[in-house]
Design a protein around this ligand. Sequence first.
Ligand code: F6R
Length: 542
Amino acid sequence: MGIGHTRWATHGKPSEENAHPHANASGTLMLVHNGIIENYQTLRHQLAARGYTFSSETDTEVVAHLIDAEYDGDLVQAVKRALRKVSGTFGLVVMHARHPEQLVAARRGSPMVLGVGNGEMLVASDVAAFLRLTDKVVYLEDDDVVSITRQEFVIDTLADERVERQAQQIEWQPDAVELNGYPHYMLKEIFEQPEAITNALRGRLLPGEGIANLGGLRSVLDRLKEAHHLVIVSCGTSYYAGLYGRYVFEKLTDLIVEVEVASEMRYRKTNIRPGSVVLAISQSGETADTIAAMREAGRKGALLLGLVNVVGSTISRITEAGVYNHAGPEIGVASTKIFTSQCCILVMMALLLGRCKHLSITDGMEIVAGLERLPEQIAAVLKQADYIRTIAEAYARYRNFLFIGRKYNYPIALEGALKLKEISYVHAEGCAAGEMKHGFIAMIDENFPTVCLATKDTTYEKTLSNMLEIKSRNGKIIAVATEGDEEIAHIADHVIYTPPNLDFLQPIPAAVALQLFAYYSAVARGCEIDQPRNLAKSVTVE
Ligand code: F6R
């Protein structure tokens, strides 16, 4: 029996004292905690007045002492009484020397799953943590308190009611969490993209009808057909997928589309009202800001949808309908295969709604054919990995990068910059190519290279002009362009070619080229790849 927690400090500096597990004074009770105890100062003062002393600056240690103060021989009851005094979020696991065969776990706001193994029980904040050991999972709900022994588990609510939760079988294969010969999960996941896209599309396209068939939306399709207002809400890479989705929804449907950063939307007065559709995009399905924004939207009467990778995650449970990525676990902190999978699914959602409205069958058939070409087109980009590595190595000494793109390529530019900065710690900014002359171009000189997304679409000529502006300021250019475009090679210092497709589908393989560029840049700089500093895979706190 054991507990552990890998984390970055939210309270106090990262030090041994502040590291988990935290204990009561005698060391008989130990716990690990994910989340934030908001009233920890008040609790700390109350406990200090009763003679408790603290050896760390953390909010978590307060809970260890609080449970100790409530303990009278029954660990489950002590945990419940203590947690009733706590405000904030927690996924926590407690062990006690006098209960050597028992763990007690509880959650509110932070994810927690129970794995039912063969003669063993496992509890974690993410199923990927124990996928090697079991595929039977119980998804715990907020305010569940579970008492675990080797053979069984019993779940009560904090209000002392017994609840039954069934174990579910998860589809992910155990080897999905192995490196399988790759040096990093990020590289493995980049190379898994042809398969991830195939899985996203599988059984969901009707080529003869030129339409998508999304089973997860069937129950709400009539309401979707009547909707006029779509709000997409997400964070980070999922937000950039949402930005890409807006362009595609605007092209294929008549919806008014807004895209919101979840941490901003949750505190804003919005236009969301009954009849609005709010779509959360989230790999983990556990991002605290996205969950909070969705709860707000639900309060305003919106239809809540999810585009989520982790089956059974909180967002999949608080939304009325949605679509899963079916992309398998993503372990590298930098999101790669899920981004392109999200983009493809957004195209399918827009296609479905567009075809239910004015979009013609011939247009629909063309889009289906374009989507079906994506796995092999991504594979064609992956074949250029060595070439992209040489470019990344050639630019490894630069400390600043600009990423530009227009229209469908604009979100890809933002995502390319995010990938580079988060794993290689160099300064990278994405901007709409047309915005360059409104400020960004001031930074350009021979030490400030630009990555230009310049695949062939209606804005291509304009992007080319932007590239000339950069050249005339001695800026170096790495271009991502459509195969066969020879003109661009006269302007750019390096060109990565991606296969031709419909204008709004070409950015998806282009995104893969930028993922490889970021990956090899970080390797060339000797950076930690899968766990970049200060970042967590699931951001379960505000
Ligand atoms: C960047 C990255 C993050 C996440 C963001 C949202 O590579 O992975 O920006 O995209 O934290 O996470 P999810 O999609 O789980 O809601």
